[in-house]
Structures are given as C-alpha cells and as structure tokens.
Design a binder for this molecule. Structure first.
Ligand SMILES: Nc1ncnc2c1ncn2[C@@H]1O[C@H](COP(=O)(O)OP(=O)(O)OP(=O)(O)O)[C@@H](O)[C@H]1O
Length: 499
C-alpha cells in the first residue's frame, strides 16, 4: 500500500489557483486542517503545476477549473496522481459542470467564493473516510470478493466507504453517484426507502457534499413530536403564542438558514402543518407561530419517508401539491436484502467500531457467523444489522465473531423465512404466550411487542412505530395505559422509556 503521507507523516497539499481565488488560499486551507500539512505548493498555470505534482506526489490537489483550461487536463491529473484526493473549484454552482468534473476524476467540486475552513473540513473528512489507497488499488480490492479470490471472512478488509456509508454494491454505488450529482444543486430532495436503510445518512451526505456544507444541517423527525408542537419546532413561535411562552423563538427552518433542513418521516406530518410547509417552500419565508411578520430564509429542503408517498396521497394523508414541490430530486435507498454483498463489509465495520468502543479484541467475522448474516433477510435493514453486531460485542468476548454470539433471531432456520417479519430486531415471536400456565393477557403481549420494537430502535418511538406500522401516538397512548394499569395511574407520562 502506497503511503499517502509526505515527510514526517504530513499531508502534501498542491493548489492550482485561479483569478477568483486568493494567493493565500493554499496556506489558509493548510492552516485550517486538522491533519498536519507540509508547506503547500501553489501554482497559477497548469504545466508547472503538473510537473511539480509529478515530483511532489501530493496527497490533496485543489484545482481551479478555469485555470486548468482544457477539459482533458483534469483527467490527466487524476490519472497521473491516483493517490491524491482531487478537488475542483468551479467559478459558479453548476450541476453539469460538477458532473463533468466528477466524471473526469474529481472527488469533490466546490464553487466560488471559497471558504478555506469549509474546504479544510471536507479534506479532513475525506482523508478520514477514504481507504487511503491509490484509486486503482482501492477498486481492485473492492472487486476482490467477486473475482474468484477465496473469501477469508475473518480477515479485516478495508470496506468501500462514501461519506458515512459503508458498502460498495452496485446498487449503493448508484446511490453515491446520485448523491454526487444532486449535492451541488439547491433543489429539494425526496428520499425513500425502508426503515433503517440509510435515508438520514443520505441526507447528511448530500449536505456534506453541497456548497452549504459549511452552514448548519438541521434534522427534524416529524413523527417524534406531537403535531401541535411540531409547528413551533419547524417554524418557531412568537412571544406569548402559547401559554407559558415568554420568549420569541426561531424554529429549525430559521436555524438552518444558509444550510439544509432535513424533514425525516415527512409522511407523519399533519395536514395543517403540510399547508404551512407548502407556503414556506413556495415563498422562501417563515412565519413564526403567533407572529404576523414573514422572515426570508435560504434553506435547502431534504425530506424522507419509509411510506409509499403515492399511497399516502391516494388516501388523503399527504398533500399532492406539497409532494410535487418536494419530489424534485428523488433518491431511493435499496433494502439490505437486495444488496447482500454489503452485509459482511457492514458487519466488519460495525464490529470494528463497537469492539473499539467496548474495549473488545474482535478482529473479524468467523465463517459460521458470516453464513448466518448473509442468509438472513434483514427486515430492519442496516440498523438491525448494526444492533445485532453491537449486541454480540457487548455480550461476548473473543477474536472472531462466531454464530453462537449472534442474537437468537439469526440462529433459527437460516432466516430467509423471516421475510416480512413485522417487528425489527431481536423481537420475541408473536403468539399468545403462556405465563405460569395462563394465557398472557392481550395488553401484556402488546406491551412486550412494543417494548421489543423500542429496544430494536434504541428507544426511538417514531422508528418503532414505523416498523410496527402504527402511529407514534398509539405508542404514547399505550404506554400511558400501561403505566395507569401497573402503577395505579399516577399521571406520570412515559416513565421508564427513552425517547
Ligand atoms: N450504508 C451504511 N453504512 C454504515 N452505516 C449505515 C449504513 N446505512 C445505515 N447505516 C446506519 O444504520 C442506522 C440507520 O440508518 P438511518 O437512520 O440513516 O436509516 P433511515 O432509513 O433514516 O431509518 P428510518 O426510516 O427508521 O429513520 C444508523 O445508525 C446508520 O448510521
């Protein structure tokens, strides 16, 4: 493996500056980076930059597309310096230009004006997230599992990564390509996919790759907060708008000004609030609850749902006019069972992460465990896989993750019969369980099922409700009724639950 680091392990940065960029750009970026940088080299024309790069073998190249001139120069640079992260500077935000630069080999495209701190953050993130291998070698290693090479499941192989995603299946590479393409635009993005398939990661990746990366990314889960509070969460409220509000407060839309607002579980938003959101999307202004003043904000809206939006429109739960305003750039996250080649790289990466966090020695997945993971259907997708690996790491010790360490739901009949299992995660089977010879009452069975679902989603009510195909308010109501039943109804809401 070729080292990407220069002398004394410092990052070598080479910049081809342009008219719109300042002379001090290279130095400012180097200073703002977390990774230690050698003194950067900066040029103002292509040929000397190209010649110097051949000598220096930079780790990061930032090139101004105008100064670069001919189209072929970018691909020439990419081919000559496969070890380097290649970032292109475009004079203005342009989707087609960004696409062309990516196709020529750029890893990232930024537009003027340049914020050296934001650029430094993107380089640091890239250096952390990428395999640090030369491009050609990285691709060869990714291809290896399908190329006839014997699979050694217990060996840690560097997985393919894109932003926070792990997994190099063809279906996910299509998703990464779509993210790269749509990130530079300001148009709304509508992300669909089953629960746990990575919709929020996709939203974060779009923001991180967009020209808004230096501004806030605000995520709101539309199912997590009761309807009447959601308006104030998103749009804020004026002083005295509700009982007990002594201060005026901005909402998420204002907090995201200049950046990105991610509305997760948009299908859960009530119709009155959908009208207000439509007005916001149409006018680009927000009106805090109880306020008469409209305030202009510049946010890019991303939203996600695990429901079928067309079915929601058909039954009148989702406004069609709002849908078409938001559904400008669609992305669909594939279910994990439709990209099984990602299962082991994901499991390896979760194993490494949780072994580190828990101080365990695990270094790989044994073939017996790999077999179980590969043949299960993963109705809860990557989240369920993550939880299964995490549970095994917390409860066991060893060098390799073996089948015996896996949660019980994986050890049954190979798992393929678990297709459409309604509860995600290590849920207990359904059925009228006996307790001391008696049939368990319905409320207690319901409680167990809902608690299993909450466990599987780390206490997240919205996600557990989506998996159970009930509304979050049903869970709130049921919990109230159990606490009334168990504690004689002291009025204390939701005790003993996270989220
Ligand atoms: N490809 C991936 N690589 C690494 N981690 C992933 C990947 N996909 C999902 N995850 C992880 O799985 C969990 C669920 O992902 P995420 O929250 O993005 O899913 P989601 O589709 O938004 O789920 P929901 O619809 O329930 O909100 C998170 O912990 C996330 O980090």
């Amino acid at each position: 493996m070729e080292s990407m680091h220069g002398a004394a392990g410092k990052i070598r940065l080479a910049v081809l500056e342009g008219d719109g960029t300042t002379r001090e750009l290279a130095g400012s970026i180097a200073q703002a980076m977390d990774h230690p940088c050698a003194t950067p080299v900066a040029y103002h024309s292509f040929e000397p930059f190209y010649a110097a790069s051949t000598q220096v073998r930079p780790d990061v190249m930032i090139v101004d597309l105008e100064t670069l001139g001919q189209d072929g120069h970018l691909s020439r640079l990419a081919a000559a310096q496969p070890q380097a992260m290649l970032m292109a500077i475009s004079p203005r935000e342009s989707l087609s230009r960004s696409l062309a630069a990516m196709e020529a080999g750029a890893h990232d495209v930024i537009s003027l004006p340049i914020d050296p701190v934001a650029v430094a953050e993107r380089i640091d993130r890239f250096l952390i997230q990428n395999t640090r291998l030369p491009r050609g070698e990285s691709l060869r290693r990714q291809a290896a599992p399908n190329s006839g090479e014997p699979r050694d499941l217990t060996t840690t192989r560097e997985p393919f990564r894109f932003e926070s995603f792990v997994g190099g299946s063809a279906r996910m590479r299509d998703v990464y390509d779509q993210i790269r393409r749509i990130a530079p635009s300001s148009a709304p993005v509508f992300i669909t996919g089953e629960s746990g398939s990575g919709k929020e990661l996709a939203a974060a990746a779009i923001h991180a790759r967009s020209p808004r990366a230096g501004a806030p990314f605000i995520a709101i889960n539309c199912a997590a907060v009761p309807g009447e509070l959601m308006e104030s969460e998103i749009f804020g409220h004026a002083r005295g708008a509700f009982a007990g509000t002594s201060e005026s407060r901005p909402g998420a839309a204002e907090a995201a000004d200049g950046g990105t607002l991610f509305l997760d579980e948009i299908g859960e938003m009530d119709l009155a609030l959908q009208s207000k959101l439509l007005r916001f999307v149409q006018t680009g202004t927000v009106q805090r609850a109880g306020d008469t003043r409209s305030r202009p904000v510049d946010v890019r809206i991303l939203c996600a749902t695990n429901r079928d939006p067309h079915a929601e429109i058909a039954v009148g739960r989702f406004r069609e006019d709002l849908f078409y305003r938001l559904h400008v750039l669609p992305i669909r996250l594939p279910a994990l069972r439709d990209r099984r080649e990602d299962i082991l790289p994901l499991a390896q990466s979760f194993l490494a992460r949780y072994a580190r966090e828990e101080g365990r020695a695990f270094s790989g997945v044994a073939p017996c465990a790999g077999e179980k993971l590969l043949t299960y259907d993963w109705p809860g997708n990557v989240r369920q896989l993550e939880n299964a690996v995490r549970q095994a790491v917390v409860l066991h010790e060893g060098d390799a993750l073996t089948a015996q360490m896996l949660p019980a739901f994986l050890l049954g009949d190979g798992g393929l019969s678990h297709r459409h299992e309604p509860v995600r995660g290590a849920a207990a089977p359904f059925g009228a369980r006996r307790r001391g010879g008696e049939i368990e009452p319905l409320w207690a069975q319901e409680k167990r099922i809902i608690e299993d679902a909450l466990d599987a989603f780390d206490g997240n009510i919205a996600k557990a409700a989506a998996a159970l195909e009930i509304s979050p308010s049903t869970i709130y109501r049921k919990r109230q009724s159990w606490s009334d039943r168990i504690e004689g109804g002291d009025g204390g809401l939701f005790t003993g639950f996270a989220g």
